[in-house]
Ligand binder design. Structure first.
Ligand code: ADP
Ligand code: MG
Length: 237
């Protein structure tokens, strides 16, 4: 058996999909195997992260390789970093030409917390990282806004798109965090509308959640292309 299979077994990682990149053995491999910027890997050690968590081991190489994924792992298992790290690797800071990444969260608290995590990780780089507040969504002038990474709840983002002409066609990276809750709360249509507004054909989409009910997976598959499914532990723990 290859190294990848051994690692997956050791960390209880279950995958479905074609040509799945090998899981990380360590964060060091991000530099040695994946050619990642050492500043970002340096941020990890400054934050006290020594070893990747199982979901990080598998989801980070998938997203770095440009594949889409559904990732399901228990609460508290480090899913935020699993999507933020590849996002920061892919997106150039201080870029002109519109929003490059959107992270959709089911609650304002989670959105605010995700912005804080993202800023900590990106410290020392000139990213424009923005939280979609109620005020911004109602009165924002999005034509002149500097924003690389935008974090929002679905309704606020949808409002900004429909009523304030926020253009999401330059988004290269879309994350649906706690996607089970995003869909549960009856946001399916709003989420769909945001997904449609992110019309760049080469966009990379990912879903992260603690549970992955079949109904959500079926729904999600309609918006993903050739996505890899990653489950850590049991599917609906
Ligand atoms: P989840 O989204 O899966 O519920 P979080 O991303 O919120 O989990 O992470 C839970 C906690 O674990 C956070 O405090 C985070 O800073 C911490 N954490 C994330 N990755 C690591 C790591 N590799 N090593 C140690 N702590 C980590
Ligand atoms: Mg989370």
């Amino acid at each position: 058996i290859e190294r990848a299979a051994i690692l997956r077994k050791r960390f209880d990682i279950h995958i479905a999909g074609q040509n799945v990149p090998a899981p990380l053995e360590s964060f060091e491999e991000l530099i040695s195997r994946h050619g990642c910027d050492s500043y970002l890997v340096g941020s990890l050690s400054k934050l006290g992260f020594r070893e990747p968590t199982p979901i990080q081991r598998q989801a980070i190489p998938i997203l770095l390789s440009g594949r889409e994924c559904f990732a399901c792992a228990p609460t508290g298992s480090g899913k935020t970093l699993a999507f933020l790290f590849p996002l920061l690797m892919k997106i150039k800071p201080g870029s002109k030409g519109g929003v490059k990444a959107v992270i959709l969260c089911p609650t304002r608290e989670l959105a605010a917390q995700t912005v804080r995590e993202c800023k900590k990780l990106a410290k020392g780089r000139k990213y424009y990282i923005k939280l979609m507040t109620n005020d911004l969504s109602k009165t924002g002038n999005f034509k002149d806004m500097h924003c690389d990474i935008l974090v929002s709840t679905p309704l606020r983002l949808d409002h900004a798109v429909k009523k304030r002409d926020l253009d999401l066609s330059s988004v290269e990276y879309l994350v649906l965090d706690e996607s089970d809750k995003l869909f549960e709360l009856g946001f399916v249509e709003v989420v769909d509308s945001v997904v449609e507004a992110c019309s760049n054909p080469s966009i990379i989409r990912s879903l992260f959640s603690a549970t992955l009910p079949d109904s959500i997976e079926a729904l999600a598959r309609t918006i993903m292309h050739d996505a890899i499914r990653v489950i850590v532990g049991k599917k609906n723990s």
